[in-house]
Design a protein around this ligand. Structure first.
Ligand code: FAD
Length: 401
């Protein structure tokens, strides 16, 4: 079995192949110079200096050796020959496969404006990015974050806590607009402003200026100019589908897979950030999360063993900013009613999303219990009516029975 991409999902497929009973050789090929690592701390504890590099490694070399998983690092797969069932590696090797896994992840979306390539402008995706950013942040005084999504806001929180002068430029009229309802966006804008961050909404970046090749300011389309000696670009990701596309696999916003992580080639599965899952109704679902990387990885391993293990659980995700933990479950797109429960001022509340009276998602803010309950409610298809969610005396757990 050959796995392309030694990230969260690739490693999961390798380990799940073993737990599914596969005892043949497993080759995990990764183009980064290190063993698979946890990315979430890159914009949280690791960036803040609260976790060291050793804690990022998902599995120690000895554990991989014990499971007889061979991991080659610093080597990329450059082509797939589906007819010969072989992959070509950047070190000149050709490796035959019985089953192939594409777990190539994603990369940061580049900022398409002049000056985006100046020194001092960073994307935050890899361990290497974070090392360079942490060094630059030490020396920086004025920081501009382009993009008010999770990664940009988590970075802003770390930088603000270090006493930097931080400005967040968001093109939309509210933060995290793609995934949360306005009350959650407003809460986060207030939270950041309370920590001294300037949150500029409707700020479309037009270009970056530099002095002697280093960034010095960011300009917006409405003519404003923000001084910056460090700029972080967090405007989304691009799935790494090029290998799959060149091999003729169906790709549309990602490598298209079914609920069992199967591609259009019976010998090839795909999992994690690089995929777009075809839902029963025909729509494509792209998820960028640890849960998706892990669960789809398990499905992919089962599929290679000829078994069906559909990934059907409600999606969940989390984000840490200051002392606030946001935990999301479900997909809120298409909601027609929102119920807020809890104490917004005390920074402990949850937002319940409904569509046609049915619960579809919950954003829990510093309410881990509600999040866990929401996962059970959504996974088991229990009903919770909007008026029950709205009633502070209604015991949420009773909806589980
Ligand atoms: C800063 C940051 C914070 C995050 N925070 C959260 C969070 O709080 N919660 C959450 O759920 N998710 C979070 N995520 C998202 C989560 O980390 C990803 O969804 C997850 O890592 C996806 O795993 P993956 O294995 O699909 O991709 P990746 O982890 O990207 O791994 C893919 C690997 O494949 C390699 N590769 C690509 N092409 C090739 C090739 N041709 N040959 C060899 N190797 C190749 C890539 O270089 C990479 O190492 C965060 C991500 C980032 C960057």
């Amino acid at each position: 079995m050959v796995i392309v991409g030694a990230g969260q999902s690739g490693l999961q497929v390798a380990e799940s192949l073993r737990s599914e009973g596969y005892d043949g050789p497993i080759l995990l090929v990764g183009d980064e110079p290190c063993l698979p690592y946890h990315r979430p701390p890159l914009s949280k504890a690791y960036l803040a200096g609260e976790a060291d590099e050793a804690q990022l490694t998902i599995r120690a070399p000895a554990a991989l050796a014990k499971k007889q998983i061979e991991c080659v690092t610093g080597v990329s797969v450059v082509a797939i020959d589906r007819e010969a069932r072989a992959v070509h590696l950047s070190d000149g090797r050709t490796q035959a496969y019985a089953g192939l896994v594409l777990a190539t992840g994603s990369r940061a979306r580049p900022l398409p404006v002049p000056g985006a390539d100046l020194a001092g402008v960073f994307a935050l995706r890899t361990l290497d990015d974070t090392r360079r950013i942490a060094t630059a942040l030490e020396a920086a005084r004025t920081v501009v974050v382009i993009g008010g999504g999770f990664i940009g806001l988590e970075f802003a929180a770390v930088a603000a806590k270090q006493g930097k002068q931080v400005t967040v430029l968001e093109a939309a009229d509210r933060l995290m607009a793609r995934v949360v309802a306005p009350p959650v966006s407003d809460f986060y804008a207030r939270l950041h402003r309370d920590h001294g961050v300037a949150v500029e909404l409707g700020a479309q970046v037009a270009g970056l200026d530099g002095v002697a090749g280093r960034v010095s300011a960011v300009s917006t389309a409405d003519g404003r100019r923000f001084a910056a000696d460090l700029v972080i670009v967090g405007i989304g990701i691009v799935p790494n589908t090029e290998l799959a596309e060149a091999a003729g696999l169906t790709c549309e916003r990602g490598i298209v897979v079914d609920e069992c992580a199967r591609t259009t080639d019976t010998q090839i599965v795909a999992s994690g950030d690089c995929t777009a899952r075809r839902l029963p109704g025909g729509a494509l679902l792209r998820l960028e999360s640890v849960q998706n990387a892990v669960e789809q990885g398990k499905s992919a391993a089962a599929a290679l063993m000829g078994r069906e293990r559909p990934f059907a659980a409600a999606p969940w995700f989390w984000s840490d900013q200051y002392d606030v933990k946001l935990q999301m479950v479900g997909l809120s797109a298409g909601y027609d009613e929102v119920v807020i429960r809890g104490e917004v001022e005390a920074r402990r509340f949850s937002v319940f999303y409904f569509r046609a009276g049915a619960l579809i998602a919950i954003d829990a803010i510093n309410e881990a219990g509600v999040h866990m309950l929401g996962r059970k409610l959504l996974d088991k298809g229990h009903r919770l009516a909007p008026e029950q969610a709205r009633d502070p005396h209604f015991e949420l757990a009773s909806a589980l029975t």
